[in-house]
Ligand binder design. Sequence first.
Ligand code: GLC
Length: 535
Amino acid sequence: MNTPWVHKTSIYQIYPRSFYDSNGDGIGDLQGIIQKLDYIHKLGFETIWISPFFSSPQADTGYDISNYTDIAPEYGTMNDALQLIDEVHQRGMKIVFDMVMNHTSIEHEWFKESSSSKDNPKADWYIWRDKPNNWQSMTGGSGWHYSTERGQYFWSSFLPFQPDLNYRNPEVKKAMFDTVRFWLGKGVDGFRLDIFNVIYKDVEFRDNPFSFKLAPTEDDPSGFFQEAKYTLNQPESFEFAKELRAVCNEFGDRILLGEVSGNKSIIRRFLGDETNNGLGLVFDFEMLGFQFTAGYFHELIQRIETHFPEPFMPVYVFSNHDRRRSIHKLGNDLRKAKLLALLQLTVRGVPCMYYGEEIGMTNLPQPFATALDPIPHKFKLIPRFVFDALGMTINRDEVRTPMQWNSDKNAGFSSAEKTWLPVHENHKEINVERESLQENSLLNTVQAIMKIRNSEAAVREGSLRLLKNLPEGVLGYERKLENESVFIYLNFSDTKREIQFTGVKILFQTARSGEINGGDIQLGGFDGIILKPSA
Ligand code: GLC
């Protein structure tokens, strides 16, 4: 089988501000990432995706870009970026940048010019109107903002300082495609595409219909009493995905990983036609709201297999820089975290793991009032328990705290007196150094599973078949490539289960107490196992 590398890779997400600080200013940087590449390589991930580190006023920590081809000084220089690309490639790894195409910062020269008058050369580079319609932004409230300078309203899908570009203007498209070419030309292996689902808005600016929905959910991003019919997932956006793919194809096989939302049929459309000529990979955020049961994952995998059959490939993601860390949903139970990792790294799909998940880093609750993240300031009048009850992360600082490397000062992240966000005090127990010495730690579990993923082609690129007639609470699937098969069983219950199997060897077991008694294999509570038929 000829699976493209982008479909059999594994992705590790780095939030650069929090990964490793090489110069002691309390902020992670590109040289810091370079110093930690061997760690990621050893862990077994092939691709790193780095959240934005371009010039930016940092009002949304880099997701508000003021120059796409320049590096923000706190992260380093262009030379550092080029060195990073090179060092990644020297290790046989790949590097993916974060491309925020939908909007710029209000500090971008394009916006400054566009807002200066109604008839400047870039007057039509953003979305301007004399009067707002009823559209709400993704963060709630009208997304129209008045510019006194220009005497008109501009549209922002996200926050007021992130004006949306107008992709109906061919000059904008060209400028952004040239940016993409600029980085691909420097050797970047692809992009994660920020809020790609809002890139086009309705050409006629029709009002969005009323909806009873209060809060946006993963499978339906409508909310704030409005159906986002004309602001999300427009037909032109699906076509745009194909155009962007064509640009990337000029450079060979490259990752385009879309941050999109909606039900599976909708997000599938970003992958293009039957020939898979669109983005290639999209996040499916429904799984971030997982229930930790065999039944939930059985049904999820079934639906994913129906919507993303060959030549498509799903992405499995359980946390990122915007959502709660996955261990929160697992009641901080490490047995469950190991089982979730086993599923994520062996199911048919590209796994995308957020930094710190491999050691079980937890959220660090922090007051809204002092948040660096702009979102909580929008909601400061609403008591926190409301969001907690809805399972929403409003203060994203809580999931972006510095990486916990060891039990020293600042968890070994930085030598500064003060780090940009506080370090979690649990770094004394939860850190890389400590866990690398504990044989059965979460870190060593992830590393061991990655080793199997990287050595067994069936796990990386084989087909998936869900197994039937298993004991209650057990999920099982076969991964198969030509004549090679690997079987994975996950016990989602907290009591012992037995599986009948003959003629196999155990490649790995999360509880590391695997026993084969005749034809029976024992699984402890929340235990998982990888088996391979003996040759
Ligand atoms: C995406 C990013 C998020 C950012 C927003 C606006 O959702 O993941 O961090 O704030 O887009 O760019």
